[in-house]
Design a protein. Sequence first.
Length: 305
Amino acid sequence: MTKALIIGFGSIGKKHAEALAGLNCHIAVVSQNYEEGHYKKYNNIQDAVFNWKPDYCLITNETYKHFEAFQCLVGLNYKGILFIEKPLFENEKKIINNEFKKIFVGYQFRVHPIIQHLKNSLLCEKVISVQCYVGQHLPDWRTDRDYRSLYSSNKKYGGGVIRDLSHELDYMLYLFGAWKRLTAIVGKFSNLEISCEDVACLLVAFEKCPVATIQMNYVDKIKRREIIVNTTDNSYKADLITGTLESNQTQSALLFKQINIYQRLHESILNDQCDNITTLNQGIDVLRMIDKIESSSNSGLWIQN
C-alpha cells in the first residue's frame, strides 16, 4: 500500500489527502498548524522522510516554499515519486541533480473528462480560434478567511492570477501545443486590497491555433471557467464548473458527472498511466510562459517564443 507524505496541509493539501485516502493510501503530513488526528503528523520534512519512509511525496505548501521543499528532499536522497502543486515554483529555478523516480506538477485539468473529450474531438479538426476564460471574486474563494490573508493576495508569496490560475496556461499548451508569440495586459485594476495582479488578458498564437484569447481574473462576481473553440467544422463550448460540453453537433449539452479530479490525477500517477499528467519540463514551460507574459505586459510588445 502506498505511503504518501503531504508537505503543507492547507486547503489544497487537504484536498489531496482526501483523494489519496479514497485510493487507500497511508498518509502523513508535514505541518506546523495541523493537530495530529486522522493523519500522522511531522513537524519537518527530514523527520517525516526518515521515519515515514514515503513512496510518494506531495509538495502542497505555499508556492514560494516549493523550491525549498524540493531542495530538502534532494538533500535527504528521497528516491520516490514527487508531486508538486501548481505552479511548479514562483519563477524558473535551476533544477539540481536528484534521484526522484518521477516528478509531476499539479495541473489536474488535463485529466478532467471535458478536457479529455475536447482534446479527442480536436484531433482531426483544424482550429481557427479559441477563447479561454477563468474568473472568480477573490473574497468568495474561502469565505472562512479574510481574502487579504491568503497567499493568493501576496505577490511575494507567489500570488496573482497568472500563477494562481495557471491551469488555463497548462491546458491550453496541452490542447494546442507550444505558444509561438504573445502579447498581454496584466495589472491590478480593482479595489481589492492585494499586492499582486488581479486581471490578465492575453492574445496568443499556438502551434495548433492561430489566435487565442485568455483572460484570468480575481474580480468576476459570477464564477466562470470555460473555453470556446471554433474549428473549420464545429464550435465547442466547455464549462469546467458545470461539467458540460456542447457543440453545434449536439442538441443539448453533454453532461459529465462530477468526479474527484484529484483522485483521478493521483490514480493515474500511482498506476504509471501518466501520458496526461504534467511533467517537470511541462511545468517549467508554464513558468517560462508566465515570464514572457510579464515581459510583454511591462514592455507593451509582442514576444516571440
